[in-house]
Design a protein around this ligand. Structure first.
Ligand SMILES: Cc1cc2nc3c(=O)[nH]c(=O)nc-3n(C[C@H](O)[C@H](O)[C@H](O)COP(=O)(O)OP(=O)(O)OC[C@H]3O[C@@H](n4cnc5c(N)ncnc54)[C@H](O)[C@@H]3O)c2cc1C
Length: 391
């Protein structure tokens, strides 16, 4: 049995884990990477709305073709189902509010960068699983399924909503136990509104059509994401294409003309998990392992990007001072800088979800009226857009 020491170990194979590795590497911290054995290279057909801040981070990390393959949204039109007109949210000077990217494209771009790091023989990775972690004042002793033992100052768990690291390290978790799904598909539509995304809130769920490209035949393409609960999805998931298109139009209205499905319909489980303190002994959790929120405001991965940027800064700060990267002083500094924003975004998305799942029709109409009124108050709308862009 061999024995290895690494200052930092990153566990996970999703977008957050890959971004963490590149971000740390760019700042001179070379982690050891434990990828998941089971679902390596699962196809992720979702799209993600990136805030300008997250988008900039990917540009700075050196994702070369990423910019060309992303689709900016300059306006978001929002309404409740009973509202007649959409309320328009746009940034100042028509700058993009967010950028749509395909998760598979992002995975490819991150993989390309990571393989360059591997070629320089700077990154060591294994496809294995952690069996146990024993943490003491000096380091973590990690035993892998293969039987290998590794030692590290710090473990970064980026292994998703059902994080095994969180369980092994007994990190307190509140799982809200919700049973919702995000239904995703790509749709082509008659009316073309370049760089405009749409969102409709209704009793049936929250439906978004996010601006993608315009095809050579002048047909516009949007990415659909429809948040539905258990019962609602049963009635929709197996509809034939034509009925599905009709159902989307009923829900969305006619602003985009006829809608045609041009992909398979897939569904992704939605988790709602809070981790009040995402650190344990010589361990920190990032991304969905630390907070799984409703996707209705497109903020989950943007929160992960914020985590990654903060942990990278904290690691640099600790290194400059010669501190132990897994010590509680360092981990507390990370948590103190992060918890307010993570809490605020989680609560904001909970409130929106609660409102549309529970509030009476009357209250929802009131919300619709408030949205319409805010149409006349540009400063309020600009402020809201700035908050959205801040994440
Ligand atoms: C339908 C839908 C739409 C969304 N849209 C948006 C959006 O527009 N904007 C946005 O910001 N967010 C969005 N989100 C949220 C976003 O997708 C997630 O926040 C993001 O994917 C989390 O990435 P992650 O890497 O932290 O977790 P995951 O993607 O869950 O990745 C975790 C990884 O860890 C691996 N793993 C698990 N266990 C182990 C183990 N024991 N050892 C090693 N590896 C392990 C898994 O294989 C997996 O690859 C959406 C979510 C859904 C469901």
């Amino acid at each position: 049995m061999e024995k290895f020491f690494f200052e930092v170990i990153v566990v996970g194979s999703g977008l957050s884990a890959k971004t963490t590795i590149i971000s740390l590497f760019k700042k001179g911290i070379i982690p050891f990477w434990i990828e998941n054995i089971q679902n390596y290279k699962i196809k992720d057909d979702r799209t993600t709305m990136l805030s300008p801040k997250s988008f900039k981070m990917f540009q700075e990390l050196g994702l070369k073709d990423f910019e060309k393959k992303s689709f900016p949204t300059k306006k978001i039109n929002i309404k409740t189902q009973n509202q007649k007109n959409f309320t328009v949210f746009e940034g100042k000077k028509f700058l993009p509010i967010c950028y749509l990217t395909e998760n598979n494209v992002l995975h490819q771009e991150l993989d390309t960068l990571i393989s360059k790091i591997e070629k320089n023989k700077k990154l060591v990775k294994v496809q294995d699983e952690i069996r146990s972690i024993k943490s003491d004042s000096d380091n973590n002793e990690i035993v892998l399924k293969s039987g290998d033992k590794i030692y590290s100052s710090l473990v970064i768990g980026v292994d998703g909503a059902n994080s095994k690291i969180r369980k092994i390290q007994n990190i307190k978790t509140k799982d809200h136990g919700i049973k919702k799904f995000g239904l995703v598909a790509i749709m082509e539509h008659e009316a073309s509104h370049p760089n405009v995304s749409w969102q409709v809130f209704s009793e049936t769920g929250i439906l978004a059509l996010l601006a993608k490209d315009i095809k050579p035949n002048k047909r516009a393409v949007s990415s659909l994401i429809w948040s539905l609960d258990n019962k609602q999805i049963d009635a929709i998931r197996n509809l034939p294409s034509k009925d599905f298109e009709k159902k989307v139009k009923e829900e969305f209205g006619s602003s985009l003309g006829d809608l045609h499905l041009i992909s398979k319909i897939n569904e992704w489980p939605i988790f709602r998990i809070d981790v009040p303190n995402p650190t344990g002994k010589r361990t920190v959790l990032l991304g969905d392992a630390a907070h799984s929120i409703y996707p209705l405001a497109g903020q989950g991965f943007n929160l992960a990007i914020g985590d990654i940027s903060q942990i990278t800064d904290t690691m640099l700060w600790a290194k400059e001072r010669g501190l132990d990267l897994g010590s509680s002083v360092v981990l507390n500094k990370y948590v103190n800088n992060r918890k307010f924003w993570v809490n605020s975004v989680s609560k904001m998305t909970d409130s929106i979800d609660w409102f549309f799942s529970n509030a009476s029709n009357n209250s929802q109409n009131t919300f619709g009226s408030l949205l319409s009124i805010s149409n006349n108050f540009q400063p309020i709308k600009h402020k809201l857009v700035e908050i959205m862009k801040e994440n």
